[in-house]
Design a protein around this ligand. Structure first.
Ligand SMILES: C[S@@+](CC[C@H](N)C(=O)[O-])C[C@H]1O[C@@H](n2cnc3c(N)ncnc32)[C@H](O)[C@@H]1O
Length: 193
């Protein structure tokens, strides 16, 4: 069974096809070679990114033991273990040992603002964050009709993050709200004169 079928059958959340295609195109366009992924799940997106070329190195973080174990198994089966480093950790405790040219953010949506700041020192000038789920099943457009209180809080946080990051002069943003579950590609401006 393919990793994608396994994910669908077992309700593992993975990036949608459209989002993945845009992610891969962004990696190619930017010639990104050092990639950090926040949220491995079972390794589906990490494996797809690594397959783009054997000079692409991925560090990916997952805190769920069952997901991490399955990701290890999948990476081994893919033969890409030289390119993919899997970290079993909470993202908040992860300290990089290098800089990245692309950071794919695909973990807790309520923490996007924190992730942005935590990894800012490790993103190269001109590098980018790739944020998925920026429209959250289109719920950002109709917050008042969300019945579940926790979901409403989460969607409000996503909206707040959108406002903050788009006003942040450290970044140039490409917004693709109509792709997948909403993607923002957030480029780090060079602050050097
Ligand atoms: C949407 S899934 C990742 C999907 C994966 N990027 C893909 O497309 O194949 C999000 C994952 O992030 C993990 N996650 C959420 N919060 C986390 C945290 N604070 N630290 C580490 N992993 C976290 C979840 O356990 C989940 O497996």
């Amino acid at each position: 069974m393919s990793i994608k079928s396994y994910a669908l059958n077992n309700h593992v959340p993975i990036i949608k096809d459209e989002g993945l295609n845009l992610l891969l195109a962004t990696i190619k366009e930017n010639k990104a070679k050092a990639i950090l992924e926040l949220g491995t799940a079972i390794g589906y997106s990490a494996i797809n990114m690594a397959k783009l070329g054997n000079d692409i190195l991925i560090d990916t973080i997952e805190r769920d033991p069952a997901m991490y174990a399955k990701a290890l198994e999948n990476v081994e089966a893919s033969g890409l273990q030289k390119q993919i480093r899997l970290f079993f950790s909470d993202i908040k405790d992860f300290v990089p040992d290098k800089e990245y040219d692309l950071i794919f953010v695909d973990a807790a949506k309520a923490q996007y603002g924190r992730y942005l700041e935590q990894f800012y020192p490790y993103l190269q000038d001109g590098g980018c964050y790739f944020f998925d789920n920026m429209v959250f099943h289109n719920m950002i457009y109709d917050i008042d009709s969300i019945q579940n209180r926790n979901t409403r809080q989460l969607v409000k946080k996503i909206c707040r993050f959108r406002e903050i990051v788009q006003d942040d002069r450290r970044f140039d943003i490409i917004k693709k709200d109509d792709i997948g579950d909403g993607v923002w590609i957030v480029y780090k401006r060079s602050l050097k004169k």
